[in-house]
Design a protein around this ligand. Structure first.
Ligand code: FE
Length: 282
């Protein structure tokens, strides 16, 4: 069954970290619609003043943060002793689990900086798991060209027998970067019962079988249930992230960069952060 549109929302301008200007696609208010995902930010600017202060040292617990760079770079370092640069086309899939303290500093390359950060929740039994990194270079992300001519970068998930490099994630996510030429259809099988959404960031198109109302760039489409997604571009090319995952359905206690199940767990995390006992696994 082809998934229908449940709701469409426009991303909104905000700032976070030490004053990084970004477009927030969804967050606290939408969590029942986006479970197991908590937040999606789209950051991009040609003006370094919009992001140069970056995201200085901060803790995460209970979630995964997935950073995907389209242009520019993010330099990062963390409490486990890792440091590196997420470059244009790369993805970093970070499972904070029991706790990571890190900083993330965006920078431009050839005058541009653009990327996404997605937060995925962890189920209660995995919230205190060992922290884990998957650093994926652009060259490790397969690109499939479908029969209809859509180009799909597979960060996580499967398309026409090609499997993306990020595997064994508990919420069984899919993370696809899809580019569709003008007036072209893209079809993709998705799991029934999973949350599925698309964020359009270039061009415009039709989502589901409804070809009356075109959905513009900077909009999030959240789908109803079903086992297939159908997207058709309008007269220009269309590019969107297609993301899906298995809902967790547990209570959420969320304060800043820490997401647990109860208020007590949040208070404990911040007490440990103050006392210097936050990091459980070096
Ligand atoms: Fe962070």
């Amino acid at each position: 069954m082809i998934r229908k549109i449940k709701t469409v929302m426009r991303s909104r301008a905000t700032s976070d970290g030490a004053g990084v200007r970004l477009k927030r696609v969804f967050s606290h208010g939408e969590v029942e619609l986006t479970d197991p995902f908590l937040l999606l930010d789209f950051f991009g600017s040609d003006n370094p003043d919009d992001y140069i202060a970056g995201f200085p040292w901060h803790p995460h617990r209970g979630i995964e943060t997935i950073t995907y760079m389209l242009k520019g770079e993010v330099k990062h370092e963390d409490s486990m002793g890792n440091s590196g640069t997420i470059e244009s086309g790369d993805c970093q899939w970070m499972t904070a689990g029991s706790g990571i303290v890190h900083q993330e500093m965006p920078g431009q390359v050839e005058g541009a900086m653009m990327g996404f950060q997605l937060w995925a929740n962890l189920p209660s039994e995995e919230k205190m798991m060992h922290p884990r990194y998957r650093d994926i270079k652009e060259s490790d992300i397969p690109e499939v060209i479908t029969k209809s001519g859509a180009r799909v970068k597979i960060i996580c998930g499967e398309l026409e027998g090609t499997v993306g490099p990020v595997r064994e994630i508990v919420t069984e996510p899919e993370y696809l970067d899809v580019t569709v030429p003008p007036n072209t259809e893209f079809r993709h099988h998705v799991k029934e019962g999973h949350t599925v959404f698309a964020y359009i960031f270039e061009g415009q198109g039709f989502f589901g079988e409804d070809t009356d109302s075109v959905i513009q760039s900077d909009h999030l489409v959240i789908f109803e249930d079903g086992d297939e997604v159908v997207v058709t571009s309008a007269d220009c090319h269309l590019r969107f992230l297609l993301i899906s995952g298995k809902p967790i359905g547990e209570p959420i206690a969320w304060y800043g960069p820490i997401v647990m199940n109860t208020q007590e767990e949040i208070e404990l995390a911040f007490r440990e952060y103050r006392d210097g006992t936050f990091i459980k696994h070096k």
